[in-house]
Ligand binder design. Structure first.
Ligand SMILES: NC(=O)c1ccc[n+]([C@@H]2O[C@H](COP(=O)([O-])OP(=O)(O)OC[C@H]3O[C@@H](n4cnc5c(N)ncnc54)[C@H](OP(=O)(O)O)[C@@H]3O)[C@@H](O)[C@H]2O)c1
Length: 246
């Protein structure tokens, strides 16, 4: 059973739902996010729901120079990490990023390089523990580059490939690595989007995540039907795919 859980990007709607499920299992949580007021409110909420202890630090994932120190700080507090789940992310302005590399770099930093930097530090520490789980929310967008969101897709795809290699590296150390690929989720990130039948709530996605981690899945499509959708999307020949405006 998981006991000590680190949640990065803890104020994300999906992360909050995941943390609530672990609070009900009486886990100890350490939350990292940018907004202190929201962190304090979330701490109270999680304690009421059953968390045995909740600590937090204000943290911007793009402060790369602080990554090693923050992981040390979390380990000082938790002692060991049974699960580190990385949930932060941002949805780029694709049109802007396609024309402006500085804008694209900012998005690659948030969605990919910050994750890789944090995982470098976490993997070094957790491989000494010789047990635990690392889980990262990527996206179905990383399965194939689409013209409407290839900056986001490329960043998420980079992390998915990184996780595949990391999984092999950490397997002998007893660390399990999970790649979580949600489809469309109704959260602040997508508040301007028109919703339809394929959309899920953060609570539904959180259930998929917690169940998938418990079952030691390698890749979690959330909800499950995105695995089928993405198999179809990935099987479309490039000669047709490059003409699709989505
Ligand atoms: N919603 C979807 O349809 C969907 C689909 C596939 C994958 N995902 C992924 O799911 C994860 C959770 O997103 P969500 O849908 O729950 O959206 P969300 O509620 O908007 O959460 C995104 C979170 O990322 C945090 N964040 C962004 N930049 C950060 C930075 N520099 N430092 C620290 N935190 C930062 C935001 O912090 P602030 O609260 O401080 O802004 C926010 O809490 C993300 O990785 C996202 O890419 C979402």
């Amino acid at each position: 059973m998981l006991k000590n859980i680190l949640v990065v990007g803890a104020n994300s709607a999906i992360a909050k739902s995941v943390s609530r499920l672990y609070a009900e299992e009486h886990c100890r949580l350490y939350l990292l996010a940018r907004n202190e007021e929201e962190l304090a409110l979330q701490k109270q909420d999680l304690l009421i729901r059953g968390a045995s202890e909740v600590d937090y630090s204000v943290f911007d994932v793009n402060n790369f120079s602080l990554h090693d120190a923050i992981v040390d700080q979390v380990l000082d507090s938790l002692g060991s990490i049974d699960l580190a789940i990385l949930c932060h992310g941002s949805l780029p302005d694709q049109a802007l990023c396609a024309e402006n590399f500085d804008a694209a770099l900012k998005e690659f930093n948030t969605n990919a390089l910050s994750v890789i930097s944090l995982l470098t530090s976490l993997a070094n520490h957790m491989s000494i523990q010789r047990c635990g789980c690392i889980a990262v929310i990527t996206s179905v967008a990383g399965d194939r580059g689409r013209q409407s969101n290839y900056i986001y897709g490329a960043a998420k795809g980079m992390v998915s490939l990184y996780l595949q290699g990391l999984r092999g590296r950490l397997h002998p150390s007893g660390i399990h690595v999970v790649d979580i690929r949600p489809g469309f989720v109704d959260t602040p990130m997508t508040h301007t989007f028109k919703k339809g039948a394929l959309w899920a709530s953060p609570e539904q996605v959180a259930e998929c995540i917690v169940n998938g981690i418990r079952k030691k899945k390698h890749t979690i499509y959330a909800p499950w039907f995105w695995r089928v959708i993405m198999m179809i999307v990935c099987s479309v020949p490039e000669v047709i795919f490059k003409r699709l405006k989505f």
